[in-house]
Design a protein around this ligand. Structure first.
Ligand SMILES: Cc1ncc(COP(=O)(O)O)c(C=O)c1O
Length: 412
């Protein structure tokens, strides 16, 4: 290894696509991570909702280590037991039958949904999607075309044709946007990058009814909100327990606790002569790594541990505690607290110029909290997100609350 400082390696050799913080992390344990100077941080970002089991969780470490020693990769030309077992587990957790395809990231999982919908609509000449303002669906060309935020699209025209954006939680706008070319609606049940905006129960139920009435596919992007983060395996069920089940869902992030894995599921509704889950037949879709034994073993370990250790209940209880306590603080810096389970957004008021230096309120607050040992994730201009590991305990939640009160309380 060279003696060049990490920040200099990044400056000189890594493309400058991210607005990164000046923090080089070396290792983690549970809800904590350490930087190169040995300073520890309470990690309430969890790698942007990825490290579901926190860091160095024994069950995940053991599963990955054992699988790595046995077989890391074979391609999808062959069968491997972990992929089959994980597919069964995902289908069981969704509880609606159907089948799963594995890939490597959230953007790629959504690409699968776009292709599934195009194939579904092709016989009737339909290919358009309705997506939503402030949504985020990934950084591929399809992903930025689907995303309802102008800032991700700038400079990349021409985009993929056929994505129409309407305001989130506005059912009348969706109905008005449906045309003879519409084939699917893609929605995050809880918008993540857009600032933690939960869909209303009426909205999801209404989308299901519109999809049924117009023969459209209802597709949920659960890349950020799925697999336990909201306190249920399926985020849409924390919004509404029945009457809004989808035709297809995408996941990534928390599914394998940080080992790159994405997935999409399709249900059994008819698509011509086959069920939707069999529509993408041999040769229509694929990826070299997707669902390889290493990633699938990680997914199995994470999902099993969430169930075994009661982490859904933990997310519900500690999420409600955090929201209650943040609201009760009544700090001038906090405009609003939104969230479901351990997916919490704190919307900030304008911060005084004396607080946290230059820049957007979300960035200044994130930096000020980081200096005091708490990692959070900025979102847009004025929201910070709390997305801690699902394994956090009450002591850690209260420790974060103390730091939040002290730091945000100093913004006078
Ligand atoms: C809802 C949602 N969809 C898709 C993506 C893209 O996932 P990835 O970064 O793994 O491609 C993200 C990432 O933040 C997301 O939050």
């Amino acid at each position: 290894m060279s003696t060049i400082p990490t920040a200099d390696l990044y400056r000189d050799y890594v493309m400058p696509t991210y607005g990164r913080f000046d923090l080089a992390l070396t290792h983690g344990e549970g809800s904590r991570v350490w930087d190169e100077d040995g300073k520890s941080y309470l990690d309430f970002g969890a790698g942007i909702a990825v490290s579901s089991l926190g860091h160095a969780h024994p069950a995940l470490v053991q599963s990955v280590a054992e699988q790595a020693a046995q077989l890391i990769h074979t391609s999808n030309l062959y069968l491997t037991r972990p992929q089959g077992e994980l597919a069964k587990l995902v289908v069981d957790l969704v509880g609606l039958g159907g089948k799963v395809f594995f890939c490597n990231s959230g953007a790629e999982a959504n690409e699968g949904l776009y292709k599934l919908a195009r194939k579904f609509g092709a016989p009737t000449g339909r290919h358009e999607f309705i997506t939503f303002g402030n949504s985020f669906h990934g950084r591929t060309l399809g992903g930025i075309s689907a995303t309802g935020q102008e800032k991700v699209k700038t400079g990349f025209a021409p985009l993929v044709e056929g994505f129409v954006h309407v305001p989130f939680n506005d059912l009348a706008a969706v109905e008005a946007a449906i045309t003879p070319k519409t084939v699917a609606i893609l929605v995050e049940p809880v918008q993540g990058e857009g600032g933690i905006n939960p869909a209303t129960p009426e909205f999801l139920q209404g989308l299901r009814a519109l999809c049924d009435g117009h023969d459209l596919l209802l597709m949920y992007d659960e890349v950020q909100c799925g697999f336990g983060r909201t306190g249920d395996w399926c985020a849409w069920r924390t919004i509404i327990s029945s009457g809004a089940d989808p035709d297809a869902v995408s996941w990534a992030k928390g599914i394998a606790g940080g080992v790159p894995l994405g997935a999409f599921w399709a249900g059994t509704r008819a698509a011509g002569s086959v069920p939707l889950c069999d529509l993408l037949g041999p040769g229509t879709h694929g990826t070299t790594y997707g669902g390889n034994p290493l990633a699938a073993a990680a997914g199995l370990a994470v999902l099993s541990e969430i169930g075994r250790s009661g982490l859904l209940e933990n997310a519900r209880e500690l999420g409600a505690h955090l929201i209650r306590e943040l609201e009760a603080m009544g700090l001038p810096a906090i405009r609003l607290v939104r969230g479901v389970g351990l997916m919490i957004g704190i919307e900030l008021n304008d911060l005084p110029s004396s607080f946290g230096g230059e820049g957007l309120p979300s960035i200044r607050a994130t930096k000020a909290l980081m200096a005091e040992g708490l990692l959070v994730i900025p979102s847009g201009e004025r929201t910070i997100r709390l997305l801690p590991p699902l394994t956090i305990n009450g002591v850690e939640a209260d420790e974060a609350l103390v730091i939040l009160r002290r730091v945000l309380g100093s913004a006078l």
